[in-house]
Ligand binder design. Structure first.
Ligand code: FES
Length: 225
């Protein structure tokens, strides 16, 4: 088992939330992605060991859900929603612009960046929407999508946050986010800590004021965990 001490402690915390260890498979798969950038056979074996099931059982979960990646996707994974609201408001044009600007067809990666279709990402009111490393941007035009790709290529940001991307590349938002996660994404895996940080954010006053969406507020200031 080669996980960092932090991840192993987090895994223990998550497992303790459930009466059955196997119920923690899904959040632990995110920890495995954080360790290696994607789900390696070793990561799957570690989750199996921690949850006391077989690697095949963990593999069957990992390959069922699209957000779990069993192949490398690059440093930045751009996921363009292609479900109905986004489709009706120009998701095809947005995806084509991103594919054209990046030179990467949907479903592929060049080792630095990956591009993919995504099913509804829960921002239908701000369609068309996309994710970069699971951080959301809403109201994205094809031209802003091209700018986003150039920014990723040229600036190579160390971390990705919804607030920064929304300010730089976003348009109409669906609504202000209810609870902000304290961390920005540092790789092609979710920044959210699977369970627990939303509760911590609420306890610490993390819920933003009505209409308040100042960039960076409540973000990148370290986890309360
Ligand atoms: S249809 Fe795109 S976010 Fe729901």
């Amino acid at each position: 088992m080669s996980w960092s001490e932090d991840s192993l402690q987090r895994a223990d915390q998550i497992i303790s939330l459930y009466p059955e260890k196997r119920s923690a498979i899904m959040p632990l798969l995110y920890l495995a992605m954080k360790e290696d950038g994607y789900l390696t056979p070793e990561g799957i074996a570690t989750v199996a060991e921690l949850t006391e099931v077989t690697a095949a059982q963990v593999q069957s979960v990992a390959t069922f859900y699209l957000m779990y990646k069993t192949e490398p996707v690059g440093d930045y994974l751009v996921s363009v929603c292609s479900s109905i609201s986004c489709y009706l408001l120009g998701a095809d044009d947005l995806l084509h612009a991103i594919e054209d600007e990046s030179g990467i067809p949907a479903g592929e990666s060049d080792g630095s960046m990956g591009v993919e279709h995504a099913e509804c990402i829960g921002a239908c009111g701000g369609a068309p929407a996309l994710l970069v490393n699971y951080e959301l941007v809403e109201g994205v035009t094809p031209e802003k999508g091209r700018e986003l790709v150039r920014w990723l290529r040229e600036a190579r940001p160390e971390s990705i946050s919804t607030e920064e991307m929304q300010q730089l590349f976003g348009g109409r938002k669906s609504f202000d986010w209810a609870v902000r996660e304290p961390d920005a994404a540092t790789g092609p895996f979710p920044a959210f800590q699977t369970y627990g940080t939303a509760v911590a954010a609420q306890a610490g006053g993390g819920r933003p004021k009505a209409g308040g969406s100042e960039p960076g507020a409540g973000v990148r200031e370290g986890s309360d965990e």
